[in-house]
Every structure is written in structure tokens, then in C-alpha cells.
Design a protein around this ligand. Structure first.
Ligand SMILES: [Fe+2]
Length: 382
């Protein structure tokens, strides 16, 4: 596939994710972490305009000078911006205007990509592809949050599945103690946070081939897991109490039966599906109730070639920190990952919301420990 074809395919997919939406669904921001779908569509477009067209396309005319304020996410280098909590208060630019903005930038990009590209532009372009794919995952999970917190429980797509065909026979994989290589060492794209490749010593451990299922998580609920402080970190226990948490996000107990909001609508909990939409705190408490632990991100990276993964983002025990020799790129792009390396946990794998070929075995996702709106899951280590 040429770079232009890849560009167009990725850009089109973001719009396809939004096809089932009604106009009003594009606009709301029910919690700070969930951005309005139209904001994602505008922001990913702004990314190509700001980091490729403005600096490198000599005769490019900016679509609208005010959009930098509206669609800049967190780049201090690029100037002031609307505060994150206010993204859902922007009725303008409207959805149609944002689709026009996308079309304008796409046309300029296609013209620009017809030229020979230097290495710097090529790298920014591939970063832009990966950036938009990250937002495609967020689009889907944010849409789920928007619809799933509506009392009408609207269906996103009828029969939309939240499990994949990934199968693992139950069982454990033994990993011997030793020094292992961690981090990206290929020749393709990786994020800067996957570098540098370095050595880590691991003690021996056994890791489950399968993710914890809804049936298994129900046992934790029935055993009073949410009511016993012994399984929880102090911070996690405070979170459970102050937010009245008693089940995974999107679960509803109706007439004694557990239902689960899915992109296919409100359905009885699928007992065989991997549990999802749980916080790091809940993952830790579950493992602790089982007398086990979560893998570190290094355990996971070493073991993951021995099982199929990709249904759920898997919480690890690791803090999101820089690898040895990590360096930020100069300028705004240096703000992409490094400045978030505090108070977050690493997740490994991918989820059913992740675009194909976006993740890899060294990929590091990261979220604050209380967050649950991604397709998160649990894999145990003993
Ligand atoms: Fe972004």
C-alpha cells in the first residue's frame, strides 16, 4: 500500500466508526475523560494540519485560524487551547463543518503526499497514522460511554460483538528466571516510550493463558470482594467507597440478573467473555483475592509470545516510567508521551476496539488506576 492509500484508509475508518451516530451523539462529553466524537474528528485532522501541512507544505492555507484553540489537545508548544472539560460545551464548529475541515485537509494532504518526502516528514506522517488510530480506539470507547450512560441504552450497531475469535486453552505458562530483553528492536514504527531496548531480570513465574472471565469475576462479587478492604489498596478502597462501586462499569443488576451494556445494547452478562471495564484497583483486588498477582509489564512482554492476546487491554503491576536512555523528541512532538510518565499504570496488549495492526508486543498503553472506560481486563500471574 502506498502512503497516500494508507492515509486515506486510516482517515476513512475514523468516519466509519462514527457512521451509526446521530448528530447529537457527536457533541456531548459526559465525563472529562470522554471527548465528544466530533472533537476527535477535528483534533486528528488538526494534527496533520499542524505538524505536516503548516511546517512543510509551502503554499498551504490554514482552514481556520481559530481551530488551533479548539482542537489542540495538550501541546503547550503549540499554544493556548480550550480546557479539556469544556470540549463538550462547544456546539460550534458543528459536525458538518468538521467533516468539511476533514475533507479540506485530506485534499491538501493527498496533494502534498504526491511530492517526494524527506525522512522527517515520513516519520511525522507515520506518527499521524498511529495517532489517528489511537483516537479511533478512543472514539469507539467514548461512543460506548456516551450511549451506555444514556438511560435509553441506545444500540450502536445491532449484534456488535465485544469478544473476538481469540481462543486460548486454559492453563499456565512457566517462565524461567533470567535476564530478558525488553523494548522495541524492529525496523518499523514504534512510539518513543517503547525505547530503548534494555535488559531486565525476572524471577520465575507462571502466567495464565486466558483472561479472567465474567463468570470468574462474578465469584469475586458473590464472595464479597467489593466489601472486604483486605483485598484492596488504601487508595482503591477509598475509590470503592466514595464512588459506591460494586461491579464492573456497564453492569446493571435487574431483578436479580446481571445485564451489561455493550455496543450491541443492553444484554445479559456473557459469562464466558473476558471481564472488561474494570479499574487497576479492581484488577489488583481480584488478583489479591485469588492469592495471585498481576504481571509486571516485563513479565507480560516476555510471556506474550506464548498466548494469543488482543481482546482486552491488560492492567499490569508496572508504573508508567521511562526506559533507560529514553529521550523526548525536540519541539511539540516531544510532548506526545514523556510528560505523562507519572501516576499511571501500564496496560499491555490491545482490545477489540484497537484498529488492526496498531498494537505490538512492546506497545505500552497507560491510564490512571481508577479509569474503566477502556476495554480493560485481567490476566493473573502466580
Ligand atoms: Fe491526540
Amino acid at each position: 500500500m502506498t502512503l497516500v492509500e494508507e492515509y486515506l484508509q486510516i482517515r476513512k475508518y475514523s468516519e466509519q466508526v462514527c457512521e451509526p451516530l446521530q448528530t447529537e451523539d457527536y457533541v456531548v462529553q459526559p465525563v472529562v475523560d470522554v471527548s465528544p466524537p466530533k472533537w476527535h474528528l477535528g483534533h486528528t485532522t488538526w494534527f496533520f494540519e499542524t505538524f505536516i501541512l503548516k511546517p512543510f507544505s509551502s503554499n498551504y492555507q490554514v482552514y481556520n485560524d481559530d481551530y488551533n484553540f479548539v482542537f489542540n489537545s495538550y501541546y503547550e508548544t503549540v499554544g493556548n487551547r480550550v480546557i479539556r472539560t469544556d470540549r463538550g460545551n462547544l456546539s460550534r464548529p458543528g459536525v458538518n463543518e468538521i467533516y468539511q475541515y476533514r475533507a479540506y485537509v485530506d485534499e491538501a494532504m493527498v496533494n502534498f503526499l504526491a511530492n517526494a518526502l524527506n525522512d522527517e516528514v515520513r516519520e511525522l506522517l507515520v506518527l499521524g497514522f498511529n495517532h489517528e488510530q489511537q483516537h479511533q480506539e478512543l472514539l469507539l470507547t467514548d461512543i460506548k460511554y456516551i450511549l451506555g450512560n444514556n438511560p435509553l441504552f441506545p444500540v450502536y450497531v445491532k449484534d456488535k460483538k465485544e469478544v473476538s475469535v481469540i481462543q486460548n486453552e486454559p492453563g499456565w505458562i512457566d517462565i524461567p528466571a533470567g535476564v530478558y530483553e525488553i523494548g522495541y528492536d524492529g525496523t518499523g514504527f514504534s512510539f518513543d516510550n517503547e525505547l530503548n531496548r534494555h535488559q531486565v531480570y525476572l524471577h520465575d513465574f507462571a502466567i495464565s493463558k486466558t483472561l479472567v472471565t465474567n463468570a470468574e469475576f462474578l465469584e469475586f462479587i458473590h464472595a464479597g470482594g467489593y466489601e472486604n478492604f483486605n483485598y484492596w489498596h488504601s487508595e482503591g478502597w477509598d475509590w470503592v467507597k466514595s464512588n459506591h462501586i460494586a461491579s464492573p462499569m456497564y453492569w446493571h443488576l435487574m431483578d436479580g440478573e446481571w445485564f451489561n451494556y455493550t455496543l450491541g445494547g443492553l444484554l445479559p452478562v456473557d459469562l464466558n467473555a473476558p471481564v472488561s471495564h474494570i479499574s487497576y484497583y479492581e484488577s489488583y483486588a481480584y488478583a489479591s483475592w485469588k492469592g495471585m498477582r498481576l504481571p509486571t509489564e516485563f513479565d507480560w512482554e516476555v510471556a506474550a509470545k506464548h498466548f494469543n492476546w488482543g481482546e482486552r487491554w491488560e492492567w499490569t503491576e508496572s508504573a508508567y516510567l521511562a526506559y533507560p536512555g529514553f529521550s523526548k523528541a525536540p519541539g511539540a512532538i516531544g510532548e506526545y508521551n514523556g510528560k505523562f510518565m507519572v501516576n499511571q499504570k501500564v496496560l499491555r496488549g490491545a482490545s477489540i476496539a484497537t484498529p488492526q495492526n496498531h498494537s505490538r508486543i512492546t506497545y505500552r498503553n497507560f491510564f490512571h488506576p481508577h479509569l474503566r472506560w477502556q476495554y480493560t481486563g485481567i490476566r493473573l500471574v502466580k
